[in-house]
Design a protein around this ligand. Sequence first.
Ligand code: LLP
Length: 428
Amino acid sequence: MYRVDTNVKGHLEIAGKSTTDLVEAYGTPLMVYDETMIRDKARAFRNAFIESGLSFQVAYASKAFLCKEMVRLADQENLSLDVVSGGELYTALEAGFPAERIHFHGNNKSEDELSMALDAEIGCFVVDNFLELELLHDLAKQREQRVNILLRVTPGVEAHTHDYIMTGQDDSKFGFGITNGQAAQAIQIALRKPFYTVLGIHSHIGSQIFELDGFEKAILVLADFLQDMRAQYGVILPVFNIGGGFGVRYTEEDQPLPIATYVKAIAESVKSLFTEHQYPLPEVWIEPGRSIVAEAGTTLYKVGSKKIIPDIRTYVAIDGGMTDNIRPALYQAKYHAILANRPNEECTELVSIAGKCCESGDMLIWDLKLPPTNFGDILAVFSTGAYGYSMANNYNRIPRPAVVFVKNGESRVVIERETYADLVRRDR
Ligand code: LLP
């Protein structure tokens, strides 16, 4: 069951703040983050690694949710930062994130993006393909600047998750395949390039993963691969990055493992396999995104029109939808929601929550039990903190919502609501 905190008025509270007060102050749709929960998740990853005794870096995958305040929070929590575009990099730098803890991903980084990252002297580039392997080195050579790289490899492991968020299989747009020999070739090329320091390999098998075996299988393949590379090229690579992908709870059906369980399994696999191969224990890096921010986020909407089709379905429309949360439309993702202003009332109506876009697929939740809904009720959709705002868009010229952080009953805006004027600002 979702934990539902209510105040004396019987309204849903988030981090000690009434959701109805939040709506009054900031309007809807509103993205609300429980700041302490984000920090707790970050600490859970770090503490589990400290317990493992391994050297490590926990890099927050900023694609899950990014703004300057989130960058500052990641810095305060001693996280590193995984960025995948010039825009994410710019946000990190603007917020003063230490460049040496930034890792740059992406399957098609442009020359401009690479140059920007070189100018900033970021900690590490995760080189994805043969073009980048040459291009980045050419740029580094022109500047006479040494750069740290990881090589992104695909271990040929299929994670149990949605096809669109699966990335470790052979047929993937990301990385150098191990099975077809391209990863070995990339290592050979990289090792010969004087301005590269090859720190190690990176692999990310997918997202929203609930089982440990995908990670364990990947680590097995990667450890064998590293052993082969040592045999072939006499190289020992000190960094081992196993990516992100740790599952979270969206609905009661989801039963994610505790963060510490994922980390422990990864640490144990690394320790046992590397020891078996008599390979020096590497520094282990991971890149959680969703598992740090998803459950800390709740979206508040106002209930508007209601369409009752006798014997078929009742549609309850809210003032947002696929513009602030495209996940149901894109991945058939499921969410749970309650009425924030009447959370304890009996749920006697079966309804489906519709967004406001001109699109039949703009449905947030199918078949949800709620108390009888009225115009003006506030719907709270849980676990919207990851890939919600970051994938928000302006379809139908709908402005993006405001985002607030709440902590100990105090709220503050971290991203202002987009205005209509913002929408036409770049129009000529
Ligand atoms: N590292 C790499 C290289 C990645 O590609 C990703 C996610 C992560 C880390 C973070 O994964 P996480 O811990 O958040 O699962 N938009 C989709 C998810 C796409 C994930 C892309 N890569 C969704 O809404 O489910």
